[in-house]
Design a protein around this ligand. Structure first.
Ligand code: NAG
Ligand code: ZN
Length: 638
């Protein structure tokens, strides 16, 4: 979660489940009464373990918060100790749970809660291995959080952190050498140091998955989606979206070449350090020189926020006001007291924005090193969307206090931000100055949103394509880095500024890789948030299919409680039903569908296709001339 940190993490302790295969009490009684009696007993048992689980998740969240907001040895020790205790309890609970004949239970909710308890997750590891896994992840997070680089222009100034300095340089510098320096040094400082730790992490994580009867961690992660062909569904979505991506990719490469000359080739992949973001995952920071209509309403949202004296608090209050206006919930008083919304000067902290549920139905917080920028403006809406979800499902049994799937959780705040970012809404809250819309202003704005949303899609997909093959063993440790670049090139059409080798470890320069956070959720979110947007906009009477007066990209559900109530209904279900049921409640659809996104961006796609044709721009990319070798010595000798 951060840059257009649309990919912020939300934090809940989930025990992953899977169904242990041995059923030793499968006698079916004709009168059913022994099973029914067992079920009544099971419901009492469930009450007990639910309150124990709440308590445990509460203490663990407190210990995790203490460490993540203040990285010290002592806080790490404490966090590891609490986690070990909780793991022990979870194992005890699990041992009892699997004695029950729960697959035969008649009550849906009881049965579903048992099915969730029946997957133990990493607590299945031995005490020693469990501790090692937790410590390995915490160590990588500390390397990432504490990294400081030297300045390109002033090499003696060596206190540049990812947030805010490096992010800022990537967003605003137009000096390719400075951008290359920052890009490369971040990887030299974080990536390389995490390589051995990452190998340990992969082994331990796979061991935990196998103890839960999964073949490896990738299977464990995918199990959460509850449908067997989920991977194929995702691949199909990407195939549908790829033509749109190719158009924006080709157009931006053309613009970058106008700006930077031969640093950018005419037909090759785009040099990734020029895209305004440390990972090349969202590109809105290059909008200023790539706008479809330059000079028309191209005022920058960051500049406007600063001009109007926005602060972190004011951005948070603005976001909250939107949620309240559609009848969602205001942030509790303790949220304002306990959240950390600006970077503390007196300690090391994990700055990567995150939203926290402390599992006591009262305490919810955000931790974010908020800067007054357009990116953080969107991230705040994103994080608060997580908290809205927490608040809506807080009265569900503890095992259902999750998103319908994790992509749903990521989609809530983004969905709201789609309304917020319409020219209509920005004008309403005084962040866009012109009096009225014209088609050029609207297309410029749609392009800016596209630079965040369309460009992210291949990145959101390939992050776990890479990890799935790491966990399954299909990609061997000696190929980790080169495989990474193979996928980057294949899906995103980007290349590194310099040759790479297996002595580098570039994936670890991205937070979610080292923090053990699956990433497919963001790809899912980027697709379904447009389905959700279409549904709430229909409810608000602001969108009609094929009506040019009510296009999807200009819909703003602000103050519309019909739209808000429909959303609320889905959110309040938590994970009490499989995700297609939740999706149906809001959209009437039971499958993920790329047509929402494609419809939203249709005017942009038309414009890009015409513009690219007019400019004779090459669509797609030829193979990169950069190489990735086994070792640096190879590079030199070849
Ligand atoms: C950070 O944690 C240490 C314990 O390791 C504690 O003494 C200190 O007060 C904490 N700092 C803040 C600002 O909470
Ligand atoms: Zn998030």
């Amino acid at each position: 979660m951060q840059f257009l940190r649309i990919d912020s993490v939300y934090y809940v302790m989930f025990t992953k489940l899977f169904l242990i295969g041995t059923c030793w009490c499968c006698l079916v009684y004709a009168g059913g009464s022994p099973v029914e009696n067992e079920e009544i007993e099971a419901q009492n048992f469930l009450k007990t373990i639910n309150s124990k689980t709440e308590e445990n998740q509460h203490s663990l969240a407190l210990a995790e918060w203490a460490y993540n907001s203040n990285i010290t040895e002592e806080n790490l020790r404490n966090q590891l100790a609490v986690a070990a205790e909780v793991a022990k309890d979870e194992k005890e609970i699990w041992k009892k749970v699997i004695q029950y004949n729960w697959r035969q239970f008649l009550d849906y909710s009881t049965k579903r809660q048992f099915s969730k308890y029946a997957i133990l997750g990493s607590s299945a590891l031995s005490e020693d291995k469990f501790r090692q896994l937790r410590k390995t992840i915490s160590d990588m997070k500390a390397i990432y959080a504490k990294a400081k680089l030297c300045d390109f222009k002033d090499p003696k100034k060596c206190d540049l952190a990812l947030e805010p300095e490096l992010t800022q340089i990537l967003a605003t510098s137009r000096n390719p050498d400075e951008l290359k320096h920052v890009w490369l040094e971040w990887r030299n400082t974080v990536g390389v140091k995490c390589r051995n730790l990452y190998n340990d992490y992969v082994n331990l994580s796979n061991e935990a998955a196998r103890l839960n009867n999964f073949s490896d961690t990738s299977e464990y992660w995918l199990n959460d989606y509850e449908v067997s062909d989920f991977k194929q569904q995702v691949q199909n979505l990407w195939e549908q979206l790829r033509p749109l991506y190719l158009q924006i990719h080709a157009y931006v490469r053309f613009k970058l070449r106008e700006k930077y000359g031969d640093v950018v080739s005419e037909k090759g992949p785009i040099p990734i350090h020029l895209l305004g973001n440390m990972w090349g995952q969202t590109w809105s920071n290059v909008a200023d020189f790539a706008l479809p209509y330059s000079g028309v309403e191209d005022e920058d949202l960051t500049a406007e926020l600063i001009r109007q004296n926005y602060t972190a608090v004011k951005i948070f209050k603005t976001a909250e006001e939107f949620f309240k206006s559609i009848n969602l919930t205001e942030m509790p008083q303790t949220f304002w007291e306990r959240s950390i919304i600006t970077k503390p000067a007196d300690r090391d902290m994990v700055c990567h924005a995150s939203a926290w549920d402390f599992s006591d139905t009262k305490d919810f917080r955000i931790k974010q090193c908020t800067e007054v920028t357009k990116e953080h403006f969107v991230i705040v809406h994103h994080e608060m969307g997580h908290v809205e979800y927490f608040l809506e499902y807080k009265d569900q049994p503890v095992k259902f206090r999750e998103g319908a799937n994790d992509g749903f959780h990521e989609a809530v705040g983004d969905l709201i931000a789609l309304s917020v970012r319409s020219t209509k809404h920005l004008r309403k809250i005084g962040l866009l100055k012109s009096k009225t819309d014209n088609s050029q202003t609207i297309l410029n704005n749609l392009f800016k949103v596209g630079l965040d949303k369309i460009t992210f899609l291949p990145f959101g997909y390939l992050m776990d394509l890479w990890r799935w093959d790491i966990f399954s063993g299909k990609t061997k440790p000696e190929n980790y880095n080169c495989k990474w670049w193979e996928l980057r090139e294949k899906y995103q059409g980007v290349e590194p500024p310099v040759d790479r080798s297996e002595e580098d470890f570039d994936p670890a320069a991205k937070y979610h890789i080292i923090a053990d956070v699956p990433y497919l959720r963001y790809f899912i979110s980027f697709v379904i948030q447009f389905q959700f947007h279409r549904a709430v906009c229909e409810k608000a009477g602001q969108y009609e299919h094929n009506n040019p007066d009510k296009p999807l990209h200009e819909c703003d559900i602000y103050q519309n409680t019909d739209a808000g109530n429909a959303l609320k209904k889905m959110l309040s279900m938590g994970s009490s039903k499989p995700w297609p049921d939740a999706m149906e409640v809001l959209t009437g659809q039971r499958t993920m569908d790329a047509s929402g996104l494609l419809e939203y961006f249709k005017p942009l796609q038309n414009w890009l296709e015409e513009e690219n044709k007019k400019n004779g721009v090459f669509i797609g990319w030829e193979p990169s001339k950069k190489v990735c070798k086994k070792s640096n010595t190879d590079l030199k000798s070849n």
